[in-house]
Design a protein around this ligand. Structure first.
Ligand SMILES: [Ca+2]
Length: 269
């Protein structure tokens, strides 16, 4: 890919900063293509159940979770090491796949702490994309949370890969969801794509930027839509309204995220 064009970068920054002032962190509606929103409940405790005994973690929804997360033979992809809980020690992070797990309990993200204790969370995406081949992608620093956040590939289509973001909070692994989107699949981000639909996610000037580009009709133009997010607690909050541009195909490389997606410009462990 060509180098980033400074002019476009500057325009982008101006635009992002403008967005910040216009709409604060509110998102006014559902986001069509790329992503999602929630009132993330970062807290490990779900609303009290009426009859069931208190469950130690959300993870207990999957009866196989405790067994499969320590089963080395179920590891899928490699592992990555870095400080994901912010205590200064390195954890190891990987994904496992249990083909015999029930719905929503096939894939898991696993974190091993320095004391060998394990944390995990389900990756409930096995039916959502063409291929379910969950792997840890990278540990990235997305903002104010202590330690690194976890980027994991959770699905693959014909030409697009999809990733989800996680953080360790206390003794739980929590998906970073877009404000007001409780469904896990609505906080999944595309990257790569084809000439007919490009997706990108990266850090740009301290924000997470999620972009799509689709050809506009018969011309050589692309319609670019860019959304900025920042972490507020464990929630991805919009930094402003979408930025919409029309550019020639060869100008797409002027948008940093299309050059270095996924998350290539974010600080990495
Ligand atoms: Ca640590």
């Amino acid at each position: 890919m060509p180098h980033v064009k400074r002019l476009f970068l500057s325009l982008l920054l101006v635009s992002l900063m403008g967005c910040d002032g216009e709409d604060g962190t509110r998102s006014s509606g559902p986001e069509p293509t790329t992503s999602p929103t929630q009132v993330a409940s970062p807290s490990p405790s779900p609303p009290p159940l009426v009859t069931a005994p208190p469950s130690p973690t959300l993870a207990s929804a999957c009866p196989n979770e405790i067994a499969v997360r320590s089963d080395e033979s179920l590891r899928n992809g490699g592992s990555v090491k870095g400080d994901v809980d912010g205590d200064g020690t390195h954890e190891e992070v990987w994904a496992v796949v249990d083909d015999e797990g029930g719905p929503g309990c096939v894939g898991f993200l696993v974190v091993r702490r320095a004391d060998d204790s394990l944390l995990s969370t389900a990756l409930p995406f096995e039916t959502l994309f063409g291929t379910f081949d969950p792997r840890v992608h990278a540990l990235v620093d997305l903002g104010p949370l202590a330690g690194y956040e976890i980027s994991a590939f959770v699905g693959r289509g014909a030409s697009t890969e999809f990733l989800a973001l996680y953080a360790v909070s206390g003794d739980t692994v929590v998906q970073l969801k877009i404000n007001r989107r409780p469904e896990p699949e609505r906080s999944v981000f595309g990257t790569y794509g084809s000439v007919g639909h490009l997706s990108a996610i990266d850090c740009v000037e301290g924000h997470l930027v999620v972009s799509t580009a689709v050809p506009s009709g018969e011309s050589v133009e692309y319609r670019v839509k860019r959304l900025g997010y920042e972490l507020q607690g464990l929630v991805l909050a919009r930094t402003g309204p979408p930025q919409r541009d029309r550019v020639d195909a060869d100008e797409l490389s002027g948008y940093p995220e299309f050059v270095s997606s996924p998350l290539g410009s974010c600080p990495q462990a």
